[in-house]
Ligand binder design. Structure first.
Ligand SMILES: [Fe+2]
Ligand SMILES: [Fe+2]
Length: 355
């Protein structure tokens, strides 16, 4: 059986300005079964190391221009050659150069004349270390990829769960599902206009579609009543907010955590006149403030047992200027300003996604 070294022989870069010593070193290294690359100076060595994949560098210390210490320092400073084994070879048999070489980051130091057996053993040791490092790096890359795939998988199943919930919510409320689909689009676009971050804008696109999921807990006689609701019925209807909040609460999914906030607070008003808690201003989560405005627009444009649908300009005027039920103070002023500047988006979404 072939060893790993025979299948892919290690690549050794030999850097030396003297043709004769270069030739000699090349012969010795090739005799070990390694592949050799040649550089005649430091700059050339750095250029090769930046492009080719190497397993070891044998570096002469004394060269015109950049010396071996400098080449070592520069190789160590680059990410791709940071752990590449480097052997410094020099005629200087003084302690100072040896220390200087090691300080620059060399792994080993040889003195000339180079003893063949010694070189062979040192190269073998360093190349074995390099192989371990490569294997480790390879395993890390595989592990990282596995974690990535697993995260994508979780994300996908998370979204599938949410789509199932959305279908359940829509089934109970608007049978075509067009209202909740529009809600997802309005809320993402409005969040973008408000200047919220990209992750928020994606999350609210899902979460806002669950705003009325609590209607699952409202009796049919109230939900399907063709006439306007009586006081007591209306009080029961209002509980869809708390029911939805409880259904979605304590969830570690960021989509469902936001959906819980929205379900609970999408009928709160900025001025404190909303329900169920009469929260005011910043006490209402921003996701719910955005959803509230989108829901108001869509409800104004839709036919209800108790009211005809409004056209785009009448609906947006109701929101911006107020009418018998809606007041501009119901809305967060920043969100209202974003609505004003992007009002055409609302018309386009409503007109594209019909019941
Ligand atoms: Fe609602
Ligand atoms: Fe709604």
């Amino acid at each position: 059986m072939q060893t790993e070294e025979e299948i892919t022989p290690p690549r050794v870069l030999i850097v030396d300005d003297q043709p004769l010593t270069r030739e000699l070193m090349t012969l010795v290294v090739q005799a070990q079964g390694y592949k050799t690359l040649i550089a005649t100076n430091g700059a050339e060595a750095l250029a090769i190391a930046a492009k080719r994949s190497l397993d070891l560098v044998i570096l002469d210390v004394v060269m015109p221009g950049m010396d071996g210490f400098e080449v070592t320092r520069r190789l160590r400073a680059e990410e791709r050659t940071r752990i590449l084994p480097i052997v410094i070879v020099s005629a200087l048999d003084d302690k100072e150069s040896r220390i200087k070489g090691l300080a620059a980051g060399a792994d080993d130091f040889l003195t000339r004349p180079v003893d063949r057996l010694e070189l062979k053993i040192r190269l073998q040791n360093l190349l074995r270390m390099k192989r371990f490092q490569d294997q480790l790096a390879g395993q890390n890359a595989v592990l990282e990829r596995k974690v990535e795939l697993r995260t994508e998988e979780l994300e996908r199943s998370n979204r599938e769960t949410i789509h199932t919930l959305i279908r359940a919510a829509a089934h109970r409320d608007d049978e075509s599902g067009a209202h909740v689909k529009r809600m997802g689009l309005y809320s993402t676009l409005l969040s973008q206009r408000v200047g919220l971050d990209a992750q928020f804008c994606v999350t609210i696109g899902f979460a806002s579609q669950l705003h009325d999921i609590g209607k699952i807990g409202i009796p049919d006689r109230i939900l399907e009543k063709p006439e306007a609701l009586g006081d007591e019925e209306w009080e029961i209807m209002k509980t869809h907010t708390e029911i939805g909040g409880r259904m979605l609460a304590l969830n570690s999914s960021p989509y469902l955590a936001m959906a819980a906030d929205i379900a609970r607070a999408h009928h709160e008003h900025w001025d404190g006149s909303g329900y169920p808690r009469g929260l005011k201003g910043d006490a209402i989560p921003v996701s719910a403030r955005i959803t509230q405005l989108c829901d108001t627009y869509d409800t104004l444009r839709s036919r209800r047992p108790y009211k005809p649908p409004l056209d785009h300009s009448a609906a947006s005027a109701s929101i911006l200027m107020g009418d018998s039920k809606s007041k501009p103070t119901h809305f967060d002023p920043a969100i209202l300003a974003a609505f004003r500047s992007g009002v055409a988006d609302f018309r386009d979404i409503f007109e594209t996604i019909r019941d």
